[in-house]
Design a protein around this ligand. Structure first.
Ligand SMILES: O=C(O)CCC(=O)C(=O)O
Length: 1000
């Protein structure tokens, strides 16, 4: 026999320098490295397996040349960051990037300079210029906004009202064949392998997304492009050379070296992030939309058929794909849209159409999730990155680890293949009538927001988990909680909803081309990540802070204290139900210096050293859950013996070898036990009414704790060496319990607030009379019990009679509890009907703290109710140590009399008393007593009053402990169905502690 699997497997930086302004909010991941490091970035985004040969990962190697897997000669300096490049062999579509890199390689020039050259070249070749006075460089659809902008569609505008097409300027030399239509914004072209206009477009925009357009104000003296993301600092552009990639922690000009690393990035209104934006030219800033010129030839120069040329495209811009028109969604009297704007609107609408309608069943996901859970406890016990039992976000030590998005979402939340947008957590309160969580005030910049900003600054990704009730998930998650993937937090910004300010987050999948189980197989992807030009960034003319354009409806200042905050160009606030994400913002690719996952989303199974190391299988992580390698289910560890997957039909289980913890290893070097009476370490709390009596008998030091007002006592029998070493005594029992399977399991708890099943913290099993109370465990007959269980009953019967000779019944039940490292039993009482009045526990293994405190109702003097107004005075005899003891004592007799003479007046008085006496219901009573239970010690609680007014908690202080508690359970108190099918015979044990040699 081996218990716990003995010999077999029983189952097959530094503080902040940047200020965080309370009224502003941040910007996103602005990683704007020097051209060299940008190459590194692009490099790192590509599959490791496809990186060119000859590249060195040695940070000291400034550059290397070689060929890519296609044989293209590369001469790209490797970034120092390339050493953190991850294996993206699961990234099948890196071909596009590879092509771009090979083109770059052919030029043998840094990309930034290539682009500049290309722009200059284009300026020179764009001849002749369209005559200035016409002011119209592109054909524009003029759509007069009707009185009711929603009722009239753009299609109502007769074609004849189109302004005459401006004559096309002659093509620049080597301009590619023009596309006859604007590319259909469906990203299928990436998959088809056909080189289409959109594919070419994506090549350009991918580059734009990865390499910021240089402009005068965005260049450091060294010439390296610098991104401005902290809007508040837009005016104070940096004059110092940019830091090395590895030093960049902050954003904008508040970047700091590691030495002065801001743990909190600067707070600024919007997050133009690493999604680099082109210069806002004078002309562009005058227009309603800032549309970067993405007709520029690609940086490597025009190629035969790959450059999009929107100017020459023909598109029926009067209607978007769903029949609506942009002006129906823009508060504008004279909306004028270019074809490109319409193109963007069209994509925006298509993206919007991919969102679940909210009516009817959702599609199934394309694949099963890799990790999932049926309940919150299993999820939180299994995933090291998500231990949040309440709320959606899990943050520790100032950093965000994971977010879970379930039913509590905002209508503008978005979940796509690569991007997730959500409202920041918190800031909602319960509506008394509907019981729903509603927005009632401006959101606050909570610590969670700051933690997300820390993640952005430190390039720490987060995991996103989706709940089955999430309305924005494109498919129906198949389980209560499903892990999506690692995401980069990219932007944090302010918006407004229902008149209140709120904070929003944008996340981007860390590895964009990894399989996304959550999109249905037929899910249309209107545009790929990074396939459009970067989002528009504009400074506000009122506050001068720069904000990105988040919605296609128009640019708005997102600085929360600005007068123009959340206002469109015409000064009106947008209609919330008409807001559509600007696809340039939504699908922007945010470069990071790495795309490697800090740990697998499906945690690996716990393994321990093959060496017989005591306690390695009893650690905190050893009783956490496991994600089944067969089916992905997160399971709490339920059995003492090992882990079992509870998914239907899965059947996977495993366990760890147990190395016996010998009783000799329990010796405490500071409190060694001898054959004399042991040293006591019990403490009575400050101000506690508890009184101590001490006796010494049969090798036990016996501390009796009396509680005034309570009929009964607590006795702590502290064992010495003689007791622990006696044959079949505590030492032998401790080893016996490790060597035999006593069927310990964590017990199911009654349905609480957590979704899914919940289990007790500790492992438990019952022998003898069934224990059918809260978290009632399995019960077994004594005859099947190991010797330690049987002898416990006999030992505790002897001890019970010793301290409470009036004990009416001998014990007929043993409840065994097993504790691994950091398992505890929280405050509870043992006062269930039919139990007691004497309860005795033998403690085996590591020392534990046992804490005793007065229960909430007798302590506060107020009944516990859901609503404060329903509560009233708790009219039992006040006990010393309770709140307002003297005042309560003074009114007690009159109150008792009133109950008999005038019950109605008594009831009314009870309602008034809490206020009258100044009672509060917050907080808990202090611990009245703390006992240190050593190996072999016995605690006996005698008298029903103790259980009625006091509660206890036990915190073991080591890696392995058993508590064997004996009670008398009146069989008549059990429902017939709960009575045992076996006989519970009288104790045949003959333990007599008085037979031991006397203490020295
Ligand atoms: O672990 C212990 O010593 C306490 C056990 C206990 O409180 C109980 O069984 O009710």
């Amino acid at each position: 026999m081996s218990h716990l699997g003995v010999g077999k497997r029983p189952y097959s930086d530094e503080p902040v320098t940047a200020e965080v302004s309370p009224e502003t909010l941040i910007v996103s991941a602005t990683f704007l490295p020097s051209p060299e490091s940008q190459r590194g970035d692009q490099y790192l985004d590509a599959p490791e397996s496809k990186r060119h040969k000859g590249e060195s990962n040695n940070p000291a190697t400034p550059s290397s040349s070689g060929t890519d897997i296609y044989g293209n000669l590369l001469d790209v300096p490797s970034s120092p960051l390339s050493s953190v490049a991850s294996d993206l062999s699961d990234w099948p579509e890196a071909i596009e990037e590879q092509r771009v890199r090979s083109l770059v390689a052919k030029t043998r020039k840094p990309l930034a300079s290539i682009r500049v050259t290309a722009r200059q070249a284009q300026k020179q070749t764009r001849l002749p210029q369209t005559p200035k006075p016409t002011k119209v460089q592109q054909p524009r659809k003029v759509v007069k906004a009707p009185q009711n902008p929603i009722s009239v569609k753009a299609s109502s505008t007769p074609r004849s009202t189109k302004p005459p097409r401006t004559p096309k300027p002659p093509k620049a030399p080597r301009t590619p064949k023009s596309a006859k239509q604007l590319p259909t914004p469906i990203s299928g072209t990436r998959h088809s392998g056909r080189v289409s206009a959109i594919a070419a477009s994506s090549a350009i925009t991918n580059l734009y997304a990865r390499y910021p357009v240089e402009d005068n104000h965005a260049s450091s003296p060294s010439g390296a492009p610098v991104a401005y993301t902290a809007e508040a600092n837009f005016a104070e552009r940096p004059t110092t050379p940019p830091l090395q990639d590895s030093q960049v922690l902050g954003v904008g000009n508040r970047r700091a070296s590691l030495k002065e690393a801001p743990m909190r990035p600067p707070v600024s209104p919007i997050t133009p992030a690493a999604t680099q934006h082109p210069t806002v030219s004078d002309e562009a800033s005058r227009s309603r939309f800032v549309i970067p010129d993405f007709n520029l030839p690609p940086p490597w120069g025009p190629t035969t058929d790959q450059t999009p040329n929107a100017v020459e495209t023909q598109v029926d811009s009067s209607e978007l794909t769903d029949g609506s028109s942009p002006q129906s969604l823009v508060h504008s009297e004279d909306f004028v849209a270019t074809e490109k704007e319409l193109y963007l609107w069209d994509i925006a609408k298509q993206i919007s159409n991919t969102r679940p309608s909210g009516s009817g069943p959702k599609s199934a996901p394309s694949n099963p999730p890799q990790v999932w859970a049926d309940g919150r406890q299993a999820l939180c016990e299994t995933l090291p990155y998500y231990r949040a039992y309440q709320g959606g976000g899990y943050c520790t030590d100032g950093l965000a680890r994971a977010f879970m998005f379930d039913s509590n979402s905002h209508p503008r939340d978005y979940m796509g293949k690569n991007v997730v947008i959500s409202r920041a957590g918190g800031g909602k309160s319960k509506d008394e009538t509907s019981g729903q969580m509603v927005v009632k005030s401006d959101q606050k910049e909570t610590s969670q927001v700051l933690d997300v900003l820390n993640n952005i600054a430190q390039r720490n990704p987060v995991v996103i988990i989706v709940g089955e009730n999430n309305p924005t998930c494109p498919s129906q998650p198949p389980h209560a909680y499903c892990v999506m993937d690692w995401f980069k937090p990219t932007h944090v910004w302010w918006e407004k909803t229902q008149g209140y300010k709120m904070i929003r987050y944008r996340f981007e999948k860390l590895r964009p081309y990894k399989n996304c189980w959550w999109v249905p197989s037929n899910w249309p992807e209107p545009i790929g990540l990074g396939d459009l030009e970067p989002p528009v960034a504009k400074p506000c003319n009122a506050c001068s802070h720069e904000s990105l354009q988040v919605y296609i409806n128009g640019w708005m200042c997102l600085h929360p204290t600005c007068l123009k905050f959340w206002k469109l160009a015409d000064g009106s606030e947008p209609r919330e139900d008409g807001l559509l994400y600007d696809p340039r913002f939504l699908t922007a690719h945010t470069p990071w210096p790495h795309c490697s996952e800090p740990s697998p989303i499906r945690p690996e199974l716990l393994t321990v050293s093959a060496l017989p190391i005591q306690g390695q299988n009893l650690s905190l992580e050893a009783w956490k859950g496991f994600a089944c390698p067969k089916c992905g289910r997160c399971n709490s560890r339920e059995a003492w013996e090992g882990w079992e997957c509870a998914a239907n039909g899965c059947g996977f289980s495993y366990g760890l070898e147990h190395t016996l913890v010998p009783a000799t290893s329990l010796r405490d070097p500071y409190f060694p036990l001898g054959t004399g009476y042991a040293f006591s370490r019990d403490l009575i709390g400050k101000g506690s009414p508890v009184k101590l009596r001490v006796e010494f008998a049969h090798n036990y030091r016996i501390n009796y704790f009396d509680i005034p007002g309570i009929d009964g006592f607590i006795a702590h029998l502290i064992a010495n060496k003689t007791i622990n070493e006696e044959p079949n005594g505590p030492n032998d029992m401790f080893e016996d319990l490790q060597l035999n399977d006593i069927k310990l399991r964590r017990s199911p708890l009654p349905k609480g607030q957590l979704k899914g099943p919940s289990l007790t913290n500790h492992f438990v099993v019952n022998y003898g009379m069934p224990y059918k109370f809260v978290a009632g465990p399995q019960s077994h007959p004594f005859e099947t019990a190991t010797r330690a269980i049987k002898t416990t009953r006999s030992r505790l019967n002897w001890a019970g009679r010793l301290v409470a000779p009036d004990m009416p019944n001998e014990f007929n039940e043993v409840l065994a509890l097993g504790y691994f490292e950091e398992q505890t039993i929280n405050y509870h009482d043992d006062g269930e009907f039919g139990l007691g009045p004497t309860i005795a526990t033998l403690s085996l293994g590591c020392t534990a703290k046992m804490k005793i405190r007065m229960k909430a109702n007798p302590y506060h003097g107020i009944t516990k109710t859901k609503k404060t107004e329903d509560s009233s005075y708790f009219a039992t005899t006040p006990l010393p140590g309770c709140q307002k003891y003297e005042a309560r004592k003074a009114i007690h007799d009159t109150l008792t009399a009133l109950k008999i003479t005038d019950p109605a007046a008594y009831k009314a008085r009870l309602k008034k008393l809490p206020k009258e006496l100044g009672l509060t219901s917050t907080g808990h009573a202090r611990d009245a007593l703390e006992m240190k239970l050593g190996h072999g010690d016995i605690v006996i609680m005698h008298g029903t009053g103790i259980q009625e007014y006091y509660e206890h908690r036990v915190e073991p202080m080591g890696k392995l402990r058993f508590a064997l508690t004996c009670r008398y359970i009146d069989p008549e108190s059990l429902k017939p169905a709960d009575r045992p099918a076996y006989a519970v015979l009288p104790d045949d044990g003959v333990y007599d502690g008085s037979l031991l040699p006397q203490a020295d």
